[in-house]
Design a protein around this ligand. Sequence first.
Ligand code: KG4
Ligand code: ZN
Length: 344
Amino acid sequence: MKSEALVLGIETSCDETAIGIVRGRTLLANVIASSVDEHARFGGVVPEVASRAHLEAIIPALDRAIKEAKISFTDLDALAVTAGPGLIGALLVGTSSATGLALASGKPIYAVNHLAAHVSVDALTHEAPLRPTIALLVSGGHSSLLRINDITANIEKLGQTLDDAAGEAFDKIARLLELGFPGGPAIDVLAKSGNKDAIDFPRGLTHAKDSEKHLFDFSFSGLKTAVARYIEATPAAKKSDVAASFQEAVVDVLISKALLACTQSGIDSLVIAGGVAANSRLREVAAERAAKSGVELRIPAPLLCTDNGAMVAALGSLMVSAGASASPIDFSADSAMSVLEVAR
Ligand code: KG4
Ligand code: ZN
């Protein structure tokens, strides 16, 4: 099997029109056109607006990526595209474009899972292939703890959020604090000037009574309510203290459960992926506690944590080198694609 496949990845599941090109495990181009500014005034991503923005951005983004990588389209060995999960109208722009390119060029296409792609981007940062690992996947739409036996073929789910995703919690609290959208990066910055121990916010599903049924599940709705009540009852509270204390509660739960999953499953490797993995406090706490627990920690560079096309290309490349078969050309996009389905 070819180990240095040249793969172009297309990502349009949410508000980023993103094209990445990799050769094997080497990143050649990572073009990201975001429509986030068009959604900001609505306080969240508007699906119709996102689809239209993808349509406008995708061809220019493809052109830019090919130029940036200094390759020609005919050099590519394979195409990869996010088939789900995500906003269906947004996904369809990427999958239709990718299918058209595959049909016209005769190149194989890998219709991959956005969540598995978030984890796969590790391949672009680390030389050594992933051993069986625990993965903490924390994005705007999903939060789960996974056991990755083989990122191209075998993923097990250990737990997930019962309500909001971690990123969604950041976005909602940012709205309460009037910090704009998306809220994660704004809270990250504001928290730096706040006191993380100022307010003792609840850590969801961490009580002894939760350990039987929800040891590896998350819940952020109680935390959200607690923060909302606190803000209402304490109008003079420093926003930076609220942001730092909220962030600490989220990070504490995420890292505690991820490391517990490592200990319990006897796996001494942890990957943290998805937009929230860009959070500076999460990266700091993860590094400290993983070192204490003797767990090897891998977190992609911040720009590769949030949505991008490089992660899709990376998963495509790993599939080519694993000898996985390509997807049928008539594959369908799936807004609710399960994290257990790596590709279609
Ligand atoms: O993975 P992603 O780019 O898109 C999805 O697949 O959902 O994740 C986006 C989420 C948003 O909720 C955003 O607020 C959050 O990741 N995020 C952060 C940071 N950067 C992005 N959350 C906390 N701290 C950050 N620095
Ligand atoms: Zn994502």
